[in-house]
Write a protein that binds this ligand. Structure first.
Ligand code: HEC
Length: 125
């Protein structure tokens, strides 16, 4: 039979395991963002949604702009709700980037990033 001490010990282990799992996803989320997502945003979106221009009031070099607003461009974990995904899929009226559709691989990259919770660097407001 489990006594109180054993229960406590197993709770502590469960909590530790959860913490480790959490930091592992954060670390890989960050790596994925830096290696795959940021370069796509930089090369294909910053020109019009970055430090110098903010078409439609959006900039993808700042999380606040990408994740907030009446219709957020990115809703972490929800591809259907994420305007970013619908515009890069070229299925609706608004198509981004306007001149040429991203490669399937680049679209898949942004999709996976959103599905996995859209890791973003901490920002000082
Ligand atoms: C050449 C300039 C240009 C580039 C490059 C560009 N955009 Fe845009 N973007 C615009 C303009 C202009 C609008 C407003 C268009 C409209 O509402 O019809 C817009 C609007 C948007 C919107 C809001 C759509 C809506 O319905 O409100 C999103 C989301 C968006 N862009 C995402 C992106 C993403 C993601 C990229 C890169 C993959 C990108 N854009 C690249 C010019 C650009």
């Amino acid at each position: 039979m489990l006594d109180g001490r054993k229960i406590l010990v197993s709770l502590v282990f469960a909590a530790m395991a959860a913490v480790f799992a959490q930091s592992a996803t954060n670390a890989s989320g960050e790596a994925y963002f830096r290696a795959n997502v940021k370069p796509v945003l930089e090369n294909y979106c910053y020109n019009c949604h970055g430090p110098s221009k903010q078409k439609a009031g959006l900039r993808f070099d700042q999380g606040k702009s990408a994740f907030t607003g009446a219709t957020p461009a990115v809703t972490p974990g929800d591809v259907e709700k994420s305007l970013m995904l619908s515009v890069i899929s070229y299925e609706g009226r608004v198509k981004m980037p306007p001149k040429r559709r991203l490669d399937d691989e680049q679209i898949a990259t942004l999709r996976k990033w959103i599905e996995d919770g859209a890791w973003w660097p901490k920002e000082t407001p």
